[in-house]
Write a protein that binds this ligand. Structure first.
Ligand code: ADP
Ligand code: ASP
Ligand code: MG
Length: 817
C-alpha cells in the first residue's frame, strides 16, 4: 500500500486538483492499494479560524468571508464536475456551509470560542476539500470513497492539538481496509474523541494523518505531495539559494521540522520511523522530480556534513538568574516542572556552567504565563533576594543546523559560529544536542535572514560566495569600478564561484538600493530616476537595515564626511574598501582605531589605493613586516601628477607651460595648487610611515615647497598661472643645470629612521628614479632583507582605471576569504 497526501497548495484550485488526479491515476495503475489524504484548499483553515475569532467578538463581519468561501468551493466544484453530478455535490457543499453557518452564529451569540468549537469549525475545510476531490476522482477511477477521518482516528480531548489513541486508531484503520477494497479520499488534519467530538491534530496535521494511516497499514511508502522539490537545505522563502536534498534520515527530518522547517509537520515522522516506512516529499507542480526520500539511514552522502538549516522566527527567551541558584540542587527541575504542569513546551535550554542562570526558549504566546508561573514557583527565593524576577526577550529567533554526519566531526561549530561572527551576528545562547545531530543558537530576530544565508553559504556553497557592495561615489573611479565589475561578474561567478553584487549606490544627489543587486547596465538611469536624495547617514542606515551577509562599504569619494563614518560602518561588522586617503591621513589615533576596530569586528579595512593607485605598495609592506622583515627606509615618487610634470619638465619646456598643459589634459586637480603644494604626497608618505608602525602626524612630515608662497596665495587660478610664470624662473634654471649634469629633478618623499620628508632632489642616471615616464609612481623599500638593492615597485600611479582596479582587487580579496 501507498499513502499519498496532498497539501493545501496542491489542492488550491480546480487546475491543481486536475493535476493531482493524474498523479493518483498513475499510482493507481501501478499499485494494488492506495489511500489519498487531503488538506483543506490553500488558506481555508486560516479563513475558518479568522471567522471563528471574529464571530466570538459578537460581530457579523465574518459573513462576507463565509459567502466568499462558499463561492470558492462552488466554483471549484463547477469547474471539475459535469452537469449530471454537479447538483448532488453542490447540495452537499451547501449543507456543510449551513452547518458551519449555524456553528458560527452560535459562537457569535455566546461570544465565546472554545478550542473544541474551533476544532469543529476548522474541520469543515478538510470535509469540503475531500468531498470535492472524491467526487472528481469518482469520474476517473472505480471504487472511490470519501472517508471522514473521524471514523478511523481516535484522539484524546486536547482540542487544537490532540494526541491519538494509537491502538484503537490503528485497529479501526486496519478494519476499514480489511472490510472493503475501495480507494479512500481521507480528510487530513481532523479526528474525533471516543465520544465522537471533533478534534484536530495541530496545524499542518494532514501530514500526520497520512503517516498514521501508513503506519497502521505498514505501507510501502508515505508520499507528502507539496509545492517544493523536497526537503530543502533551508526554507526557500528565506534562503533563495536553498536546494532540495535527495536523501535524509528520519532523525534529520525530525530535527529540521522541530526547528521550524514547516515542510513536514513534526509528529508525522515518528509513526513512519517506527515501522521503517520511507517518507517521500514530492512536488505536485513538478511530479517528475525525484523529491526527497526519508529513511533510516542515508547512503553515500558522507560528504554532506550538514543536511539542512532551520529557523523559528518567533521565540521568547526567558532567563532566570540569581546568586541563590548556585549549588542548589533542584532549581532546574522545579523550573521545568512548573512549566510542564502548565503545558508550556520548552524549545531550547541553556545553563551557564556557574549555575548562576538558566535560559530557555518558548513560543511567544506562552511567555506571560511562563513568566508568572516561574516567578510564582520561586517567590520565596525572590523575596529573600536570592533569585531575580524572570527576564523576557521577545525579539529572538532560533537557528539550527542539522545533520547526522556532524557527530564526531570537529570544527563544525567553529564554522557555524565563525560565519555568524564575521557577519556581526550576535549569538545570545547556544545549545547542542548530545547526539550532535544539531547545533542550535538564539540570535536577534533582525539578524535571522542574514544569519541563515551566511550559514547556508558556509556549509552548502562554500565554493560560491556572494559579496554585497554598497558604493558611494560615481566620479571617475566609481564609474570605472562599476564598469570593471560589470565586465567581470560572469568570469568571477564561473571561474571563482564569487558572486559580486552592487546592492547600494550613491552619487552626490541620489541613492539607490536593491538587495538582489542593482542592474549595472543601467545604473545611471537608476540613480537619476531614484527619488531618494543622498544623505550619508541615511545611506548607512539603509545598508544596515538590508543586513546582508558579507557586505562591503566602498567609498570612492574624496570626502571627509564619508571617511568620518568608517568607524560606524566597521562597528556594524561591514568591511570598508576605499581609495579615499582622508581617514588614514587624519589623526594617528583615528587611523589606529579604525584598524583595531576592524580586527575586533573580524572585518577588513582595505585601502591599497591610498598610495600609488593600483600598485601593490601597502600590501607589500604588510607582507614584509608580517614575515619578520624590518623596513629602514622608503623613498618614493608618489604623485602621478607631479611625476608627469617633472618628466615633461626634463625636456626643457618652461615649468608654467607644463602645468598649464597638465591642467588642460585633466592630469591635475582643477586647481593645480592642490598638487603642487605637496600635501597629497605628504598624506601618502604619512600613510606608508604609519603602515611601517610609526605614530606620525601630518604635521611631522616636512614638505619642501616647490614654489614661493606668493604663488599659492594667488586669489584665482588665472592669477596663479600668471604668478607661476613670474616665479618659476628659479625652477627652470635649476632644471637646466641639472640636465647639463646628466641628472633629473624628482620630487621625492622619503621616510628614514622615523622621519618623513618631501624634497625636490636631483638624481643621476644610475638612480632608479631617473628613468620615469608618464605618471609613473615608484617606491624603493630598503629593509633588513632588501639592504643593498631596494625592493622597487614602479608603474602608473594615477588614472581611474588602475585605481578602480586596485579597489576591485581589495574587494575580491575580501570576497575570497
Ligand atoms: P502543504 O500545504 O503542502 O502542506 P506547507 O506550506 O505546509 O505545504 O509546507 C511547504 C512549505 O514549507 C514550502 O512551500 C516552503 O516554503 C516551506 N519550507 C520551510 N522550510 C523548508 C525546507 N527546509 N524545505 C522545504 N520547504 C520548506
Ligand atoms: N488544513 C490544515 C492546516 O492548514 C492542515 C494541513 O494543511 O495540513 O493547518
Ligand atoms: Mg503542510
Amino acid at each position: 500500500m501507498k499513502v499519498l497526501k496532498f497539501g493545501g497548495s496542491s489542492v488550491a484550485d480546480a487546475e491543481r486538483i486536475e493535476s493531482l488526479s493524474k498523479i493518483i491515476i498513475n499510482e493507481h495503475e501501478r499499485n494494488a492499494q492506495i489511500a489519498v489524504v487531503v488538506s483543506a484548499l490553500k488558506g481555508v483553515t486560516d479563513t475558518l479560524i479568522n471567522m471563528g475569532t471574529t464571530a466570538s467578538t459578537g460581530s457579523d463581519v465574518y459573513l462576507s468571508d463565509l459567502e466568499t468561501l462558499h463561492d470558492r468551493h462552488n466554483k471549484v466544484a463547477k469547474k471539475l464536475i459535469s452537469q449530471k453530478d454537479l447538483f448532488d455535490l453542490l447540495t452537499i457543499i451547501e449543507s456543510y456551509f449551513n452547518d458551519l453557518s449555524d456553528t458560527l452564529h452560535g459562537v457569535r451569540l455566546v461570544k465565546e470560542l472554545s478550542d473544541r468549537t474551533l476544532d469543529l469549525i476548522m474541520s469543515y475545510g478538510e470535509q469540503l476539500s475531500a468531498t470535492i476531490i472524491a467526487a472528481f476522482l469518482r469520474l476517473k477511477l472505480p471504487d472511490i470513497e470519501y472517508l471522514d477521518a473521524r471514523k478511523i482516528i481516535v484522539t484524546n480531548r486536547a482540542f487544537g492539538s490532540a494526541s491519538i489513541d494509537e491502538e484503537v486508531t490503528y485497529q479501526k484503520i486496519r478494519n476499514y481496509f480489511n472490510e472493503q477494497n475501495k480507494l479512500p479520499v481521507i480528510t487530513g488534519f481532523i479526528a474525533a474523541t471516543s465520544a465522537q467530538e471533533t478534534t484536530t491534530l495541530g496545524r499542518g496535521g494532514s501530514d500526520f494523518t497520512a503517516s498514521i494511516v501508513g503506519a497502521a497499514m505498514n505501507a510501502d511508502a508515505i508520499e507528502i505531495w507539496t509545492d517544493v522539490d523536497g526537503v530543502m537545505t533551508a526554507d526557500p522563502r528565506k534562503v533563495p539559494k536553498a536546494f532540495a536534498v535527495p536523501q535524509m534520515s528520519y532523525q534529520e527530518l525530525m530535527e529540521m521540522s522541530h526547528f521550524g522547517a514547516e515542510v513536514v509537520y513534526p509528529p508525522t515522522i515518528a509513526p513512519a520511523m517506527r515501522y521503517k516506512i520511507p517518507i517521500w516529499i514530492k512536488n505536485t507542480f513538478r511530479p517528475n522530480v525525484d523529491g526527497t526520500k526519508v529513511t533510516v539511514e542515508v547512503n553515500n552522502q558522507k560528504n554532506m556534513l550538514v543536511r539542512g538549516i532551520s529557523s523559528v522566527d518567533n521565540v521568547s527567551l526567558l532567563r532566570l538568574e540569581g546568586n541563590g541558584m548556585i549549588g542548589i540542587p533542584g532549581v532546574a527541575s522545579r523550573l521545568f516542572g512548573a512549566l510542564a504542569r502548565n503545558q508550556i513546551s520548552v524549545m531550547i535550554i541553556t545553563q551557564a556552567s556557574s549555575e548562576h542562570s538558566i535560559c530557555f526558549g518558548i513560543l511567544p504566546e506562552y511567555y506571560k504565563l511562563a513568566r508568572d508561573v516561574v516567578d510564582q514557583e520561586f517567590s520565596l527565593e525572590r523575596s529573600a533576594g536570592l533569585i531575580d524576577p524572570v527576564v523576557v526577550d521577545n525579539d529572538v529567533s532560533m537557528i539550527a543546523v542539522v545533520g547526522e554526519n556532524m557527530s564526531e566531526m570537529p570544527g563544525v561549530s567553529g564554522r557555524f559560529f565563525g560565519a555568524l561572527g564575521r557577519n556581526g551576528v550576535n549569538v545570545i545562547a547556544i545549545a547542542q544536542g548530545s547526539s550532535e545531530f544539531n547545533i542550535t543558537c538564539l540570535i536577534n530576530k533582525k539578524d535571522e535572514s542574514k544569519a541563515l544565508n551566511v550559514i547556508h553559504d558556509e556549509f552548502f556553497l562554500s565554493n560560491v560566495a556572494t559579496i554585497n557592495l554598497f558604493l558611494i561615489g560615481t566620479g571617475l573611479i566609481g564609474q570605472a569600478l562599476i564598469k570593471q565589475i560589470k565586465l567581470q561578474v560572469e568570469y568571477l561567478r564561473n571561474d571563482f564561484n564569487l558572486e559580486v553584487k552592487v546592492c547600494g549606490l550613491a552619487d552626490r544627489k541620489t541613492m539607490l538600493f536593491d538587495s538582489d543587486g542593482i542592474d549595472l547596465s543601467c545604473w545611471r538611469e537608476g540613480l537619476s530616476n531614484s527619488t531618494q536624495s543622498m544623505e550619508v547617514n541615511e545611506f548607512i542606515r539603509q545598508m544596515n537595515e538590508a543586513n546582508l551577509g558579507r557586505s562591503i562599504f566602498v567609498d570612492c569619494t574624496a570626502s571627509d564626511l564619508v571617511a568620518s563614518k568608517y568607524a560606524e560602518v566597521i562597528n556594524s561588522s561591514i568591511s570598508v574598501v576605499t581609495p579615499n586617503k582622508r581617514a588614514n591621513s587624519s589623526s594617528y589615533q583615528e587611523y589606529k582605531q579604525l584598524n583595531k576596530l576592524a580586527r575586533l569586528r573580524g572585518v577588513d579595512f582595505y585601502y591599497e589605493t591610498n598610495v600609488g593607485a593600483g600598485l601593490p605598495i601597502i600590501s607589500t609592506i604588510h607582507d614584509l613586516l608580517l614575515s619578520g622583515d624590518k623596513i629602514h627606509r622608503i623613498e618614493a615618487v608618489l604623485s602621478g601628477t607631479l611625476s608627469y610634470i617633472f618628466n615633461e619638465f626634463q625636456q626643457g619646456i618652461p615649468f608654467h607651460t607644463i602645468v598649464q598643459k597638465a591642467q588642460k589634459l585633466g592630469y591635475t586637480e582643477p586647481d593645480p595648487r592642490e598638487d603642487l603644494n605637496g600635501m597629497d604626497v605628504a598624506r601618502k608618505i604619512l600613510i606608508l610611515a604609519r603602515e611601517c608602525g610609526h605614530a606620525l602626524e601630518l604635521e611631522d612630515v616636512t614638505v619642501e615647497a616647490l614654489l614661493p608662497q606668493a604663488v599659492f596665495d594667488a586669489e584665482s587660478i588665472d592669477q596663479f598661472f600668471s604668478l607661476l610664470g613670474e616665479h618659476s624662473k628659479g625652477l627652470n634654471d635649476r632644471r637646466d643645470q641639472v640636465v647639463k649634469q646628466g641628472k633629473a629633478l624628482r620630487y621625492i618623499a622619503s621616510f628614514v629612521d622615523g622621519v618623513a620628508s618631501i624634497k625636490l632632489e636631483d638624481v643621476d642616471a644610475l638612480h632608479p628614479f631617473y628613468s620615469l615616464s608618464g605618471s609613473d609612481n615608484i617606491v624603493a623599500i630598503y629593509s633588513s632583507r632588501y639592504n643593498d638593492q631596494p625592493l622597487v615597485i614602479k608603474g602608473a600611479g594615477a588614472g581611474a582605471d588602475v585605481t578602480a582596479g586596485g579597489v576591485f582587487a581589495d574587494v575580491i580579496k575580501i570576497g575570497k576569504r
